[in-house]
Unconditional design. Structure first.
Length: 282
């Protein structure tokens, strides 16, 4: 695979190649800026990019028509059917905006997710609004199942997204007020994260990366295992303030500036993310 965008030829960044999300059917890769521009011509690129080749993309740009251009091999797949937390479909513009935000947050967290979770990642813009921040994420599937899955923590809740090779994604939402505590069962190959709810215990097996699962648990245990010592406001703060140094924050600010220069972030999105980073210096 080339280290340069197949269209503009600029060097790809880690955000461009995160989880292989920008890969075309012929193995070429688009940078986020080119993906954003071409998806304005054909919305399907945003959802089914891996069904198109670079020749398909070039043909779109040549004709500059808004009508969908069919890829070389047409699959009987539809757009994701999952609805967001407000139980309403979101517009494609909102989806794109949330997708950019989520990619930025995953990069900031150094997310170490397997290639099998790409379908689950595509569901997140339907579930997580611009105001809700991802504070931890890891590969995690329900025990005794074959579905791939991810477990996501935000200041308000934990979300599990699992998806088999075929069929719709299965979404489970665990609000903070329903989680009594969390626990971790060590295992040399596949440790287990347990969510102790009011009436039952939900178990997730983390077979892809033992160290990543431990990192995820270390983040959430400080939120859920000391409920009597934290007010709701303190829990929210604990979720938002991932321990970062001043140097790291300034590095992130520099990356934000480049994202705005490349057209990936709008001025308002840049200002919002910049404000959040600067607040961590206080």
């Amino acid at each position: 695979m080339s280290n340069n965008c197949a269209l503009c030829k600029t060097e790809l960044t880690s955000m461009d190649t995160l989880l292989g999300a920008n890969t075309l059917s012929d193995g070429n890769v688009l940078c986020n800026k080119c993906l954003n521009e071409t998806s304005n011509i054909n919305d399907e690129l945003l959802y089914n990019l891996n069904k198109f080749s670079i020749d398909d993309i070039n043909e779109m740009l040549k004709t500059e028509k808004a009508e969908p251009v069919l890829p070389a091999a047409v699959a009987n797949e539809t757009l994701p059917v999952t609805i967001d937390s407000d139980s309403t479909r979101i517009s494609k513009e909102v989806y794109k905006r949330r997708q950019r935000k989520i990619k930025f947050e995953l990069e900031k967290l150094n997310a170490n997710l397997s290639m099998f979770t790409k379908g689950e990642i595509k569901e997140l813009p339907y579930l997580i609004s611009e105001e809700e921040q991802i504070i931890a994420i890891t590969d995690a599937q329900f025990v005794n199942t074959l579905d791939a899955g991810i477990l996501v923590a935000t200041p308000k809740r934990m979300i599990s997204v699992s998806k088999g090779m075929f069929g719709a994604a299965k979404i489970n939402d665990y609000r903070n007020e329903t989680i009594k505590s969390v626990s971790f069962v060590t295992h040399p190959r596949s440790p287990i994260i347990k969510l102790h709810l009011d009436e039952r215990v939900v178990e997730f097996e983390c077979y892809m990366d033992k160290e990543d699962a431990e990192k995820f648990y270390d983040t959430i245990k400080s939120i859920y295992n000391n409920p009597k010592e934290q007010t709701p406001k303190q829990i929210d703060t604990a979720g938002k303030s991932i321990s970062v140094s001043s140097e790291e924050i300034f590095n992130q600010l520099e990356k934000l500036g480049k994202l705005r220069e490349n057209g990936i972030l709008t001025d308002s999105e840049f200002a919002e993310q910049k404000k959040k980073l600067l607040e961590q210096l206080k």
